[in-house]
Design a protein around this ligand. Sequence first.
Ligand SMILES: C[S@@+](CC[C@H](N)C(=O)[O-])C[C@H]1O[C@@H](n2cnc3c(N)ncnc32)[C@H](O)[C@@H]1O
Length: 218
Amino acid sequence: MPSKKEYPVSQQHWDGVYSRNKSDSVSWFQQQASMSLALMQRSKQLKTSRVIDVGAGASVLADSLLAAGVCDLTLVDLADSALATTKLRLGDRAQQVRWLTGDILQLPLPNAGYDVWHDRAVFHFMTSAAQRNAYLAQLQQALVPGGLLVIGTFASDGPEKCSGLPVCRYDEQTLTQQFANGFKALSIDYETHVTPSGNTQSFIWGCFKKTIQLTTPE
Ligand SMILES: C[S@@+](CC[C@H](N)C(=O)[O-])C[C@H]1O[C@@H](n2cnc3c(N)ncnc32)[C@H](O)[C@@H]1O
């Protein structure tokens, strides 16, 4: 295991956040992942879908998906401490989950290995074109053609930072534009998230269907 010093800065940041704070006190905490669940139900057979939650953190979405009968669930996060919280909470049910600690921009993911890709409040941290391109390449490679992308980011009137880090904010046009290549927009929704301290944050949610498998030129 690498020493803390060898960890990338972002991994140190996120591991520290979840080690120092209770998971229900961070600004993105929600008691129920209602919007995520409602949008993911668009996958015709969610129970039998291969689902990946990217930057899952310590979210209770996993609990709800398992309760809904999803039996192929992968949770990815940079922060081991976040996944450890979820593992502890799930108890025996943790065995039903595939756990991946690492950077979603770099982790090897199975080719067309997922039917549903979920991301709440992770893509908005991709503030450079290089990061967004790397994210899109991973998404393109790992989501099966016909698969569903459910993504929630800060909206254009949302906060400029999250967890002290700068974010990109999106409106309908700019979010749709991000996934214009190879995805069809199914819906755009807005949500006001109330943080544990009572502040509000505007989110935008996009639901997209993957239409084609892009190939990398040789
Ligand atoms: C704002 S939190 C949202 C957590 C969770 N999706 C939720 O809704 O509760 C962002 C999460 O993304 C994770 N994260 C940030 N950058 C990441 C990356 N490049 N690869 C994997 N996880 C990442 C962080 O560790 C953190 O858990």
